[in-house]
Design a protein around this ligand. Structure first.
Ligand SMILES: [Zn+2]
Length: 285
């Protein structure tokens, strides 16, 4: 009998705890539902892009800085998911410091949609011209990676040396600005004509090197462009190391193409490092 009473007592206490949990849960649910999302609210509400895209753009900037692909210079952009004739990029600010409120809209001729008094990148035409030329491109990284630059000024091609950078194939093309602007340029792609010439040199490749300047990497998403920008730099470092040791056995065209095809169906190949890199950066939304 004593045992039964004890069981009844335990049962009653359990029910009371469940009731308390329900009451507390209902109480807590109100403010949780009423709470506005913090990050997107910080961005310009007139932007024609989803909140997730703006978040990814900010995170991507921080990842590229954290991975040493961008320093105080360089930029990441994305084609709007609401209007394909608009792309999004920060105002002129170091990538590691980009906040959601820094994100601006540009048209495909490189004109800011609503500039106000904000500073803008002189090389925005890299982005505008590539988006204009290739509708399938959804995100672009422009960097001055010091590991990559040697391959823009020598005859040694930057080509896929391991599977993670298979997208480089047999070698990234090199944009020679002198061919289009003569000796008078300051090396910057600072007008739409230079941007269109760069886009033409890029062709079907994922990466175009820019002689004595840096590289531009494209992708079908922010995550893919960031992934490719990081692994372009890693490839350059590994290739430079390997070349010092002797003759290099690179991926051949078939191997590179097969891995690129495999990766298309393996979303986690892009997602896994993104989630890891994301943990290493401070989200400054
Ligand atoms: Zn540049």
């Amino acid at each position: 009998m004593a045992e039964n009473r004890m069981e009844d007592l335990i049962g009653m206490l359990k029910n009371q705890r469940m009731l308390a949990t329900l009451v507390l849960g209902a109480f807590l649910a109100v403010p949780a539902f009423a709470q506005a999302p913090t990050s997107p609210a910080a961005s310009d509400t007139s932007l024609r892009a989803g909140a997730q895209m703006i978040n990814d753009l900010v995170t991507g900037n921080h990842i590229l800085y954290g991975q040493g692909v961008l320093d105080g210079f360089g930029h990441l952009s994305a084609r709007s998911d609401k209007d394909p004739n608009i792309f999004l990029m920060s105002r002129s600010v170091a990538p590691g410091l980009v906040k959601a409120s820094d994100i601006m809209e540009y048209d495909l001729d490189g004109k800011p949609v609503d500039r106000r008094d904000r500073g803008i990148f002189s090389e925005r035409f890299i982005h505008s011209a590539i988006y204009k030329t290739y509708p399938e491109v959804k995100a672009i990284v422009h960097s001055h990676s010091s590991a990559v630059i040697p391959y823009s000024v020598t005859k040694t091609p930057l080509r896929a040396i391991f599977h993670m950078s298979a997208f480089l194939g047999l070698g990234a093309p090199v944009f020679e600005i002198r061919k289009f602007g003569g000796d008078d340029t300051n090396m910057l792609v600072n007008n739409q004509d230079f941007g269109l010439a760069l886009a033409k040199t890029l062709g079907n490749s994922a990466v175009v090197l820019m002689r004595g300047h840096g590289a531009t990497v494209v992708g079908d998403s922010i995550k893919q462009a960031v992934f490719r920008a990081v692994y372009t730099q890693v490839n350059a470092q590994v290739e430079s190391d390997a070349l010092k040791l002797g003759e290099v056995n690179f991926l051949n065209a078939k191997e590179a193409a097969t891995f690129v095809e495999y990766q298309k169906n393996q979303k986690q190949v892009i997602e896994r490092p993104w989630e890891l890199w994301k943990q290493t950066v401070k989200n400054a939304n």
